[in-house]
Design a protein around this ligand. Structure first.
Ligand code: IMP
Length: 198
């Protein structure tokens, strides 16, 4: 079995987190760019799992290594789980998160705390040569606060408050967030699967 994992992302921050969590497998971990792969991927799945698998399969078609890919987003229960798989495209790809976050806060104006429940979701898919593809899902439960808070993280972090901490994920250090985040949880689950399968 090849001792190399290629992660289907170009996002440097994700690669740092992935290396931290999968590092103890002792395998070489490369981004698709580092592996010299430039796949044109159309994410037209209807779930996080489908999109993660689409990305992993597209990159796996270009190499013989283990390929991992993720797809993530924010689900707000009161808004029928919007923005969901459209999280990065919500209100337009080029719209700033300051504006996206304010739009979501406006849509939740007057909605009481108990109806503001939300979660970040992350699906991680693995295509392992000679095996059936594997997909896992990690989540972190929380609620949408009344106003943005915190400077860390990215995207919807300033408006997403962790259930038992009563602070936003933008107020957590990267280490604190990784220890309980959707992506951290999904990657830790996938690390155990890979350990057993390879
Ligand atoms: P992707 O998985 O890189 O396609 O990211 C999907 C989108 O979900 C991001 O662009 C953000 O809008 C949102 N998102 C996913 N994870 C997080 C997070 O940890 N914090 C804030 N926003 C997130």
């Amino acid at each position: 079995m090849n001792r190399k994992i290629i992660f289907a992302t170009g996002n440097k921050n994700k690669m740092i987190e992935i290396r931290q969590i999968l590092g103890d497998l002792g395998w070489e971990i490369q981004s698709m760019k580092e592996a010299g792969i430039d796949a044109d991927i159309i994410e037209d799945g209807t779930t996080f799992e489908e999109n993660a698998l689409i990305k992993a399969k597209a990159v796996a078609a270009c190499c013989d290594d283990i390929v991992l890919a993720d797809d993530s987003g924010l689900e707000i229960d009161y808004l029928n789980k919007e923005p969901g798989i459209y999280s990065s495209r919500y209100a337009g790809e080029d719209t700033s998160y300051e504006i996206k976050n304010q739009m979501l806060l406006d849509r939740l104006q007057g909605v009481p705390r108990e109806k503001r429940t939300a979660r970040f979701v992350c699906a991680v898919a693995a295509v392992i040569p000679g095996q059936e593809p594997v997909v896992v899902r990690g989540t972190i439960e929380g609620y949408i606060g009344d106003k943005p808070a915190g400077e860390n993280g990215f995207g919807y972090d300033p408006i997403f408050y962790v259930e038992d901490l009563n602070c936003s994920t933008a107020e957590l250090s990267p280490e604190e967030k990784n220890a309980r985040s959707h992506r951290g949880n999904a990657l830790r689950m996938m690390r155990e699967k890979i350990k057993n399968l390879c």
